[in-house]
Design a protein around this ligand. Structure first.
Ligand code: AMP
Length: 187
């Protein structure tokens, strides 16, 4: 099974993706984590994107698509993927369709965690204290929300027409959201 979870920053994508990954033994593919790893390991990509990520801007589609390509053609991970934070732009969504078809895979479930701006601000303020992420300050949060609205809205329009698209109220408690997702996945 392959699953996509998407929604604005702070919608709980990571939390829910981790939960489903554990339950269904899937690989959680977080492009945010992949990119942060590049920065941590001081790779060429890492050095290029460090400032971009800290400011709350998006890494280029080329960089992210390349990281995702490796994952899709990894025989161990095929058909066991849960995408968290990818695709984030229409170009990434189209690239994913192409890579899926080339690697003979499909997406079985698409979840959109819809959440109010106030909820996001509260959650990210909390996460800032817990995870100490360099991009978790109020200015960056609002910037990331606006970037999301601009760039990811077309992704929502693209996926919402599909039959296996499910919108979930991301303002609810973590457990309630997990239960709803599990019901849809029938697990
Ligand atoms: P996240 O951990 O998903 O909140 O992502 C943290 C940051 O990594 C984002 O604010 C972007 O700067 C970058 N990022 C993560 N995923 C993507 C993506 N699919 N495309 C471009 N930038 C991304």
């Amino acid at each position: 099974m392959n699953v996509i979870i998407f929604g604005p920053p702070g919608a709980g994508k990571g939390t829910q993706a981790l939960h489903i990954a554990k339950k269904l033994k899937l690989y959680q593919i977080s492009t945010g984590d992949l990119l942060r790893n590049e920065v941590k390991n001081k790779t060429t990509i890492g050095k290029d994107i460090e400032d971009i990520i800290s400011k709350g801007d998006f890494a280029t589609d080329e960089i992210v698509n390349e990281l995702i390509k490796e994952v899709l053609f990894d025989e161990n991970k095929k058909n066991k993927l849960i995408f968290d934070g990818y695709p984030r732009s229409l170009s990434q969504a189209k690239n994913l369709e192409l890579l899926l078809s080339k690697s003979h895979q499909k997406i079985d479930f698409i979840f959109f965690l819809n959440v109010k701006k106030e909820t996001i601000i509260k959650r990210i303020e909390k996460r800032k204290i817990l995870e100490k992420r360099s991009d978790d300050n109020l200015g960056t949060i609002l910037k990331r929300y606006d970037t999301y609205m601009e760039t990811t809205k077309p992704v929502l329009d693209f996926y919402s027409k599909k039959q296996n698209f499910y919108e979930i109220n991301g303002d609810e408690k973590i457990d309630e959201i997990s239960t709803k997702i599990e019901q849809i996945l029938s697990v």
